[in-house]
Design a protein. Sequence first.
Length: 742
Amino acid sequence: MIHFFRIAFYCLIASSVIAQTVGDRHYFDFQNANGDVLKYALAGGLTAPQFSAGDLNNDGILDLYIFDKVGDVHLTFINKGTPSQEDYEYAPEYETAFPNVEDWAMLRDYNGDNIPDLFASGTRLGASGIEVFKGAYENNKLTFIPIKNWRYSFDVLSYLSNSGSQLNVYVTGQDIPSLDDIDNDGDLDVVTFNISGSAMDFYRNMAVENGFSLDSLYFELDDICWGRFHESGFSSEIELSTHIDTCAVSGIYVGRGAVHSGSTSVTLDIDGDMDREVLLGDISSNAMTLLKNTNNDQKAFFTSQENDFPSDDVPVDIFIFPAGYYLDLNNDDKKDLIFAPNETIGEDDAVCWYYKDVSTNNIADFNYEQSDFLVGDMIDLGSGAYPTIFDYNADGLLDLLIGNFGYFETTGYDVRLTLYKNIGTASNPIFRLEEEDYLNFSQYATRNLMPSVGDLDGDEDLDLIVGDEAGILYYVENMGGKDNPVDFGSIIYKYKDIDVGQHSAPIIYDADGDGLSDLIVGEKNGNLNFFKNIGSLGNPDFEMNPDFEPNNSFWGQVDTRVPGFVIGYSSPTIVVVDEIPQLLVGSNRGVILQYDGLENDVFNKKDERYGNIDVGKESSVALADLNKNGFLDMVVGNFRGGISIYQTNLDSGEDPISTTTPQNGISTIKIYPNPATNIFVVESEDVSETFSVELYDLLGRNLIYKEAQHKTIIDVASMATGVYLCKVNGQGYTYNKKIVIK
């Protein structure tokens, strides 16, 4: 017997998780309130995205790679190559090849082999520099090999100083450098703000000059005031020099401007004269500034500036710290511009400002297209996404309720519960945005709503319990009764005065088996709090202090923190399998921890990285059989404000009947024997009915396809023992049945 509590969990083998599929291959459809299908619904949202082009699948077409600074996650989109159109397909199967990096990452082909390489911040290595990974193809899939630097103490790019020693090519994790062929000699140079933060250094790649191969990455610090400008340490103000041989402000290398704390840069030849202009973003500004070059590439000299770029169209307006990226987004062989925040806290809605180059000559002409490129077709609830699953309208279809940290506003955060209604069928769920402020939870001046459903008062319907950033709970009793649509009453604020400190993440679960539903509450510190129900059926009650008996503030001795850190953000999920509790816990680091078997008040930790899933930051999990095929589907939220869905091989605990009546009511399908040994039979009671039979393994691979009339025998003698999915496609219906082969 299996019992579910809020976000159910099953004991599953990590390798059995089928990779999430979205876009054209998405697992379930999602729609906005108007009924428009969200093409990238399950990509997980975007908050601080960084854009690069590179051929991910070796088909000769440049695809789209995005690194999001929030959670340091990789997202990959295959370019379908439609001329003059933005035509991408989210392809998460390419993400696993990318290495763990932090702060910033971009694709460039530095060695001229037409394979993209990865350049990333050296923060992970403890260096303010640039880490490099050489790209290669394995079975037409991009992979990476880290590049060692035998000349320097860290594996980051270095240059030979005047003293003869090797020093790091200096780039902070906060800045975005420009990696470009500045001098037009065929190798890749680096332009970035220097350690003072007020002027730019030009690191010239000397591979071509010295006759080396492009693989050498041999740099010299060529110019310590590239372009001869100075950026204020207190604002985004730019001061230009009046002479090509003089920096705008003298003495900037002895500390002036050192308070400046962040800049982004992207170089481009905007006027077709073969030298580089630069677009600058600043941590103290919401706009981009274009500096125009009137000299050649050997010695840049910026003599004019265009503030609020582009001043002749809709200017970039990102609340804090914008960054620009230069790549062809619409397959017209002209590079476009896209701008996004370079800060993890701030703008989380209009985060992809797309400007298309519509020029007909070599002089770029950028037209504003939209501020929600890609992300407008995703589920993105601002910051944070905390899902739970329940049938709110009692139509037999499971719906999705998602809390968020909040939508960013300059005056604070607008926090919501968002309801997606399942308007599909039992076997083909379709989720449409139904309510953006469910139960009017935005009325509370709070952040980080974490919903959960369960029968707290013992009347056999589902009540709602919600945690928030302040560590308190909200309780909403369901007055609807068993098997009826939910009828939530008034919201009880600060339920029972329970307070776990910060970031309360509750679930409803009878932990001690006394027939009364208790509360298990995760929190910022990464532990779980057990609150025993000391009331009675119909009248739940709790001692508010988690440290007072009969409560337990370190229930199961669960701790989701990384050693040495104080933040864990535990978000629990529990299911009971054969009377043994199983536990799955989301965490601040974006992975999911797996536990099972509570013995002597201690859970056994089985996996630190369940299913090898890592959503970057603040994972939260919901499990349910969304398409009624007998297997659980896993919805995972993240702090970028989005969700992803994984199909699992987990038995939902429901025992689907072995026959089904199609919608036309004419015939009934039977599948037997089950379990099977050498064969099983698929039979329709209608001797004239034709249908097809498909057999899938738990990785989603189609093993058998057979067409039949009335009855057919499926030979499985050569199949390995285990669980399979049999799919019968008849006239106007589809029937799914688990088959066990012994």
